[in-house]
Design a protein around this ligand. Sequence first.
Ligand code: FES
Length: 166
Amino acid sequence: MKNLILFNYFILYLNKKVMNDRRNFLKTACKPFVLAAFGIPLIEACATEEEQPEVDSNSTVNNPANEGNTAKKLEINLDDNRFSDLQEIGGWVNFKDENILLVRISEDEIRVFDNACPHQGARDFWSFDGNNFTCSNHGNSYGANCNGSLTCYEASLEGNILTINF
Ligand code: FES
């Protein structure tokens, strides 16, 4: 009789241990793996880390790291051929890689705007007449000043390096 009682306690102990192991497995196993084990397919990676953003490796346009800071800083070397139109006052560039419009206002000032049209967000239809940008998508014009409808970014020019703070 005593052996039977001991045997029952042993069986209870084993049942409890197996249940704990199942719970631990379900807690720690990758969710898609567990769902797949129950016949529920899911296409998802088991990785827990966030995807890393791509880094712009362009040598003439630098994005200095601002980790932990939501502000973005961009440096442009105006010697780059893509910005040759900015050598002349009144020259302008729609730099689509960074979604910005740049215009040379004076010897020491280049203004920078978001290239999204305030009307419906088109980015590819710009022209400049020396004072206003016109979006030919629907024909609206916007002054090249920081008090108008175009989103203006802080920009400073030192030599041939233009630094933009977004
Ligand atoms: S999207 Fe530019 S004028 Fe309409």
